[in-house]
Write a protein that binds this ligand. Structure first.
Ligand code: C2E
Ligand code: MG
Ligand code: MG
Ligand code: MG
Length: 285
């Protein structure tokens, strides 16, 4: 009897694993189709400076799925990352972002920077330098206006590859931001060695910064270290005025979060920037 139930359990797990694999293959196939058929869309979230001006934005990809509606990246980026699909998706994001930056500029919306996320497989396995160069050239975007957001774990995965590619990107003129700072396998050595321009304080530290003394200390320490190393800092996940005030008082340079605006489609982003601009003009009168 014991043997039997053991076998049943085994079959059950094998079944579940098979289902998972089938599901993954299905999503992968749909995603391949999505990239070629215009189902992906970039949303944009404003990044404000300490004067309250929207000076840049982070591009965050969404999948407009015909049946499931708007799908968040957490549900498909990891699947894309398990295959070479992420490289195609990554190229699509780079091109869409560069195109948008120029398009806004033609419409009178000028942003200093656009931040674009790059994940590990895209960085290490693909030719990220060539992909970035192609997108910039194709749309005539100044390299200094693109900030690539990478994570600490990406660095640790392949330090040699990271150093050489980051130096090439630096030569190209593109900037690098360390996303989710403080949550990965960080090594402070890399902050000194690598051409990093900016740190993004992870939202998990920002969340309780006003109520948790430890989080406040962590945020203060990150800011102080970053400034001594001449890195600029973005706080992500700012949701309240209190959090903003605390961060501002400690000379954080840039702010991003629901307190200002959620990630939104391009048209809404433009509306946000124009409304903010009108308010600023009214304030001067
Ligand atoms: P991330 O780069 O750390 O992006 C920040 C995430 O926090 C976004 O989730 C954003 O919507 C969310 N967020 C922003 N402000 C707030 C806030 O005030 N409160 C809270 N609770 N959340 C906030 P999203 O858009 O679901 O993206 C999740 C992750 O997916 C991103 O994390 C990034 O790692 C990845 N991702 C998104 N777009 C791309 C892409 O184009 N390429 C790659 N490789 N990864 C992407
Ligand atoms: Mg990011
Ligand atoms: Mg982040
Ligand atoms: Mg994050």
């Amino acid at each position: 009897h014991a043997k039997n139930s053991g076998r049943n359990t085994y079959c059950f797990f094998e079944d579940a694993m098979q289902k998972r694999a089938d599901q993954r293959l299905k999503v992968e196939k749909e995603l391949r189709y999505a990239i070629d058929n215009n189902q992906l869309e970039l949303y944009y979230q404003p990044q404000l400076d300490s004067a309250g001006q929207c000076v840049s934005a982070e591009a965050l990809v969404r999948w407009n799925h015909p049946e499931r509606g708007v799908v968040a990246p957490g549900e498909f980026i990891p699947i894309a990352e398990e295959s070479a699909l992420i490289e195609r998706l990554g190229r699509w994001v780079l091109r869409a972002g560069c195109w948008q930056l120029q398009e806004w500029q033609n419409d009178g919306i000028y942003l200093d920077h656009l931040a674009i996320n790059v994940c590990a497989r895209q960085f290490h396995c693909g030719d990220i330098v060539q992909d970035v160069r192609d997108a910039l050239d194709y749309f005539g975007v100044d390299p200094s206006r693109i900030i690539l957001e990478i994570t600490e774990s990406l660095i640790v995965e392949n330090v040699i590859d990271t150093i050489s590619k980051m130096n090439e990107l630096k030569t190209l003129g593109v900037r690098i931001s360390l996303d989710d700072f403080g949550t990965g396998y960080s090594s402070l050595r890399y902050l000194k060695q690598l051409p990093i321009h900016q740190l993004k304080i992870d939202q998990s530290f920002v969340r309780d910064v006003a109520s948790d003394e430890s989080d406040l200390v962590i945020v203060e320490t990150i800011l102080s270290m970053a400034h001594h190393l001449r890195l600029e800092v973005v706080a992500e996940g700012v949701e309240t005025e209190e959090q903003l005030a605390l961060l501002q008082a400690r000379n954080c340079e840039y702010f991003q979060g629901y307190y200002f605006c959620r990630p939104v489609p391009s048209a809404q982003f433009v509306a946000y920037v124009e409304e903010a601009r009108n308010k600023a003009t009214l304030a001067q009168i």
